[in-house]
Design a protein. Structure first.
Length: 470
């Protein structure tokens, strides 16, 4: 595998300084001491664009103190710092260390006293085997909060982890950003390895898959690439939609998929949209649709509350009840928004300042108030009924005449577009219908908008009217 090529591809994607300049400076400044290696790594991350100011501030509080069985040990001031970096920055750090050292350098984050032994950076052929796809230790099923918005996806993931290749193969999980798809992929890897010791597992993003293939082509070693991917017991691939319109990537993944499926190896894939909306080749879409497709919706109130209380406990953060309620009611887009609120409050608490609701609103203003105000479902139903000549009650009734059913589907589509409600919650507003009915309604309206100008005009007019009422 061509380490420098992979490092360059990663660095280029960050949009920082020119890659050649970064690598020259980083390698020149990295000697064999852990201090200089770490300093060069952080410098590469920051100037390469992989770290924002907040993450850079967190890493500035870290210091290296030696090696432990070949792993670079980094000491941090608190468990919160360790958990945050494990969840958000560790993959980038590992790749930056690889670029700087010219070989894989394992990493251990700790808050305790680290070893003082400082041998030279291991030579590439002396390094221990790489972590299996960089599985994140913080992403397990134990740390995943299950609610109505994600219970099907969670149950399916547990099943395939315990019985790989037997049920739901492939398993395709889709949902918006920050809803837990990556967390579930890592959790599958951890649980499968616990139940099947020695199983070969690989977690990659579609970007990593692309970089590995490019590296193999550059090195003229496609056979090594295929052996690496087609001998797995479990392949976890994140954000598959990013290989759309990349013909060579889709071709390679198609044959990798077929080989693994034929061997009854488990394949789990995530995307931000269902298979038929990914713009991938039809032969891939048909294979994805042959397994189980599970969606993850934005967390409803109860799940947001459970996530918030669990994460505050993990961080050792104490918030007044009214602050917790404010976050639960307003941080509704995804789990990362909730995490962002807690990180901001934790930083405030570290300064020793008191926290009340007014102060919390001020601190979180740019996170929560940046969320656009949404219309209510009642407003959407009234506007749609008026535009289609119906009574509002007809759209939530059990009646299924063509006119009512179509208006109801339009209202469901608008509710999905203009609010943060999950499909389960939307179904409740429309006469207790289940989430699959809502998904079908949204797909049907999208199809009608493409084929019928009248429906397209109706939906766009209603959408503009409702947005302008805010």
């Amino acid at each position: 595998m061509c380490r420098p090529v992979r490092g360059v591809a990663w660095a280029e994607s960050r949009g920082g300084e020119p890659v050649d300049n970064l690598l020259t400076t980083a390698r020149a400044s990295a000697t064999q001491s852990p201090e200089s290696l770490w300093a060069a790594c952080v410098d590469l991350l920051y100037r390469g664009g992989a770290l924002g100011p907040g993450a850079f501030a967190l890493l500035s509080s870290a210091h290296p103190s030696g090696y432990d069985n070949g792993a670079l040990v980094i000491v941090l001031p608190s468990d919160f710092h360790v958990q945050w970096i494990e969840s958000h920055n560790k993959d980038d750090i590992l790749r930056a260390l690889e670029v700087v050292a010219g070989a894989r350098v394992p990493l251990r984050l700790t808050t305790g006293t680290a070893p003082v032994e400082t041998p030279a950076v291991p030579e590439p052929d002396m390094l221990p085997p790489p972590a299996v796809g960089f599985l994140n230790d913080a992403f397990t099923f134990d740390s995943f909060v299950v609610g109505k918005s994600n219970e099907l996806a969670h149950a399916a993931c547990v099943t395939v982890a315990k019985n790989p290749g037997t049920y739901y193969n492939p398993l395709f999980i889709y949902g918006g950003t920050g809803l837990g798809k990556t967390h579930l992929l890592h959790a599958i890897g951890h649980l499968l390895m616990r139940h099947h010791p020695g199983a070969t597992v690989r977690y990659v993003s579609s970007e990593d898959f692309t970089n590995d293939l490019v590296s193999a082509i550059y090195q003229n070693t496609p056979h090594e690439f295929r052996k690496r991917y087609r001998s797995l017991k479990l392949l976890l691939i994140d954000d598959i939609h990013f290989i759309a319109r990349k013909d060579s990537m889709q071709e390679e993944f198609f044959h990798t998929f077929n080989t693994l499926h034929r061997k009854k190896s488990q394949i789990v894939i995530t995307s931000d949209r269902p298979p038929h909306e990914t713009k991938l080749e039809q032969r891939l879409i048909s294979r994805f649709e042959s397994g189980l497709i599970a969606d993850i919706q934005p967390p409803e109130f109860e799940t947001r509350a459970a996530i918030l209380y669990k994460k505050t406990a993990m961080m050792g953060l104490s918030c007044p009840p009214e602050v917790m309620t404010f976050i639960i009611n307003n941080a509704s887009r995804n789990v990362r928004q909730i995490e962002g609120c807690l990180v901001r409050l934790a930083a405030h608490a570290a300064l020793g300042k008191d926290l009340d609701l007014a102060e919390a609103k001020r601190i979180l203003a740019d996170i929560i108030q940046s969320t656009p105000a949404t219309v209510s479902v009642e407003e959407i139903i009234r506007a749609t009924a008026s535009a289609t000549g119906l009574q509002a009650g007809a759209l939530t009734s059990k009646r299924r005449t063509m006119q009512i059913a179509q208006a109801r589907q339009v209202a469901m589509y608008l509710t999905r577009s203009l609010t943060s409600l999950s499909t389960t919650d939307i179904g409740r507003y429309f006469g207790g219908r289940d989430h699959s009915t809502v998904i079908h309604a949204c797909a049907q309206v999208r199809h009608l908008m493409e084929t019928r100008a009248g429906i397209k005009s109706l939906v766009e007019t209603l959408e503009e009217t409702l947005r302008n009422t805010r």
